[in-house]
Design a protein. Structure first.
Length: 203
């Protein structure tokens, strides 16, 4: 979790929905992101499923000749959700183990539109960054303004005093895969705040 990034990014973890979403642009963006990762020679690390946006981003990479690593809990294999054509498909025992292994295998993170699971993955990796457990860049592929309410909530947490002002924009944000990946290759997106855990009397 302490690996330095920047120009050393070789693999990108994508968090996204296991459903296709209600608008065609979501699937189109997932495919385009997969193609962009493959074009740049970046390995995709993701949740291993063949359905929804997850399947679309993996297919985008594979069709463009790229490498994909999937990490799937065994109970999902029993539901026949596993993607059958990946370069690597790793089965784990729990959702917790899945998230930890995906983080370990990745040098950067992108969240696409998704539901509760996507936000769970995004917030956990963001919290780890805030705690100094990693300095890997994090991005939001903001298709159709999907993440604007979330960014407004982050701004509200800053205004309420729960997040340091310096960390008010913890992610690179773009509606386009090309520009988002380009930013992630430049290095960390969350500024470090060394004193944020200290009590006021300790500062």
């Amino acid at each position: 979790m302490t690996k330095s990034v920047g120009e050393n990014v070789r693999s990108v973890c994508v968090f996204c929905g296991s459903r296709p979403g209600a608008r065609p642009e979501f699937l189109e963006a997932a495919t385009a992101l997969g193609q962009e990762l493959a074009r740049r020679g970046l390995t995709l690390v993701y949740g291993g499923a063949r359905v929804g946006l997850m399947g679309a981003v993996a297919d985008g990479v594979l069709k463009a000749g790229g490498h994909v690593v999937g990490v799937l809990p065994r109970f999902m294999r029993e539901k026949e959700l596993a993607h059958s054509n990946l370069g690597e498909l790793i089965f784990v025992e729990s959702m917790h183990e899945r998230k930890a292994l995906m983080a370990e295998r990745s040098d950067a993170f992108i969240a696409m539109p998704g539901g509760f699971g996507t936000l769970d993955e995004l917030f956990e990796i963001t919290t780890w960054a805030q705690l100094g457990l990693h300095q890997k860049p994090m991005g939001l592929l903001d298709v159709g303004g999907y993440f604007q309410p979330l960014l407004a909530m982050v701004r509200g947490m800053v205004d309420a005093g729960f997040v340091p002002e310096a960390q008010s924009i913890p992610y690179a944000v773009s509606p386009e895969a090309h520009s988002l990946v380009e930013r992630l290759l430049q290095g960390p997106t969350l500024p470090r705040v060394e004193k944020w855990l200290r009590r006021p009397e300790q500062t």
